[in-house]
Ligand binder design. Structure first.
Ligand SMILES: C[S@@+](CC[C@H](N)C(=O)[O-])C[C@H]1O[C@@H](n2cnc3c(N)ncnc32)[C@H](O)[C@@H]1O
Length: 257
């Protein structure tokens, strides 16, 4: 069983996301869809006032929570993301920090909300333990994350071009469900697919959301015109478009402590 423990370079992740901050909201359409769904999950189950937006990015959802009258702590690893959020006055408090070692007191929030951030953590069970620790009894934790099968078209196309690993490996659903096992929880899986008329905008969309950092090893080889053509030739098409699939897992954890 893959227990959800891997080795990530946090500085590189913070750097990649920090660089993406200014353009992030214009390309992060998937994040906006999954985040809206996560918000709906909370609204069905909790009316608490203090929200932690863990891995807040530009603060897009911190601001959505604030508009709803919540008191919001925006937390992110990337200072570039956090200063963007602060510039937008997205939250009430801003905290640069790591989800895996939250600088917050036990039981200090009612709702812990984390949209598409924990896939960048080393240890998913450890990250969920931290969420559970800082959430008060009776509170709610909701998170979304990428699972195995995400970006499968891109991975398959690269495999036809060279032998390097170009695409991050994400945890299988079973490992994510296993990490939720210690708690009363619900796990849901949804597939999203985006279609691009050309390959370059597809690759730029990944770069734009800072998702090009690899968990293991470095990006291999420069993207020359020749490699781009080879990748486009190898890429599976759907009605002339380039599809890109995401397997998204949504988790709800009830703080019964
Ligand atoms: C894909 S973005 C999602 C941003 C935001 N939640 C949204 O919905 O737009 C992932 C964010 O998680 C942050 N992140 C990654 N690993 C983190 C960690 N260990 N602790 C805190 N933030 C982290 C990144 O810096 C980035 O801003």
């Amino acid at each position: 069983m893959n227990l959800g423990i891997k080795s990530v370079d946090k500085q590189a992740i913070a750097g990649a996301f920090g660089k993406a901050a200014s353009k992030y909201d214009s390309v992060a359409k998937l994040q906006q869809q999954t985040g809206e769904y996560l918000m709906e999950l909370v609204q069905m189950e909790s009316s608490g006032a203090r929200v932690l937006d863990a891995g807040c990015g530009t603060g897009f959802f911190s601001a959505r929570w604030k508009q709803q009258g919540k008191q919001v702590i925006a937390l992110d690893l990337a200072s570039g993301m956090l200063s963007h959020a602060q510039g937008q006055q997205a939250a009430d408090y801003y905290l640069q920090g790591d989800i895996e070692h939250l600088g917050l007191a036990d039981c200090s929030v009612d709702i812990c909300f984390s949209n598409l951030a924990v896939q960048w953590c080393n240890d998913l069970p450890g990250a969920l333990q931290e969420f559970y620790r800082v959430t008060r009894p009776g509170g709610l934790i909701v998170f979304s994350t990428l699972a195995q099968g995400s970006l499968c078209e891109l991975e398959a196309a690269w495999q036809r071009v060279d032998d390097y690993q170009h695409v991050n490996q994400f945890l299988p659903l079973q490992a994510i469900a296993h990490a939720c096992q210690p708690y009363r929880h619900k796990v849901m899986e949804r597939q999203y697919c985006q279609h691009y008329p050309q390959l370059l905008p597809l690759l730029n969309s990944l770069k734009g959301i800072g998702a090009t950092h690899l968990h293991h090893g470095r990006q291999r080889g420069l993207m020359t015109r020749k490699r781009l053509h080879a990748l486009a030739d190898a890429y599976p098409r759907h009605n002339g478009n380039y599809p890109l699939s995401y397997q998204i897992i949504f988790g709800v954890i009830y703080c019964d402590k």
